[in-house]
Design a protein around this ligand. Structure first.
Ligand code: G3P
Length: 217
């Protein structure tokens, strides 16, 4: 299971990358806004840290301008995955980028039908949004499961990049279903370490150890 970090926070990326937790990074216009940084500068900095795919998103809405923006973003580094929205123009741009050998992440996917179109347009990654479906009382995880089934039925090579992940349960469930990649905020990835029984067990071990009066070093 590959871990992408869903952020443009360079310090957070570096911390997780140093621990071997980062297989790639995803950004979007909202995350760039949150970083307060210039998109070209911050994306270059991220690409210098992470060797895996780094998604950088176009903001044009028509295919011609998306292609122009995407090609500029792709020049930042060889590991850029150009991110396009799941619209007809986005799919047109996806096909153009894929034909030229660029990695493409098709984002804002909310249905199996959309995921099929992205695979046929040559997407490297499809990004179904789990949390935002859950937000409107639909079942985000079911979408991951359904896309997995359909992609496997036809041996589509597009990787399922589960996005809009809000909890450690989302990550565990994606692993069970077989999503190829998850992208999650740094805080969610770091919270995977937490378990109350770990804390409780450690406290007990420390209390008992103190009673022995021993030292290891
Ligand atoms: O990268 C896009 C996606 O992960 C956004 O997540 O929490 O804003 O729905 P969220």
């Amino acid at each position: 299971m590959k871990f992408f970090v869903d952020t443009a926070d360079v310090a957070a990326i570096k911390e997780l990358n140093d621990l071997g937790m980062v297989d790639g990074v995803t950004t979007n216009p909202s995350l760039i806004m949150k970083s307060g940084r210039d998109i070209l500068e911050v994306t270059k900095e991220i690409c210098d840290i992470v060797s895996g795919p780094v998604s950088a998103e176009v903001v044009a809405t028509d295919a011609k301008d998306m292609i122009e923006e995407g090609l500029k973003l792709a020049k930042i580094a060889p590991n850029i995955a150009i991110k396009v929205p799941l619209t007809w123009d986005g799919l047109t741009a996806c096909k153009a980028f894929a034909s030229e050998g660029h990695m493409v992440n098709v984002t804002l996917c909310f249905s199996v039908s959309q995921a099929i179109l992205a695979a046929k347009a040559g997407a490297t990654f499809i990004s179904p949004f789990i949390g935002r479906l859950d937000d409107i009382n639909l079942d985000g995880m079911q979408l991951i499961d359904d896309i997995r089934t359909v992609y496997d039925n036809y041996d589509y090579k597009t990787e399922i990049l589960a996005a809009s992940i809000r909890s450690t349960n989302h990550i565990a469930e994606c692993g069970r279903i077989g999503a190829d990649v998850i992208t999650a905020p740094p805080a969610v990835i770091k919270s995977m370490v937490k378990h109350p029984l770990t804390d409780q067990g450690l406290a007990q071990f420390m209390a008992d150890w103190a009673k022995t009066g021993q030292k290891i070093v």
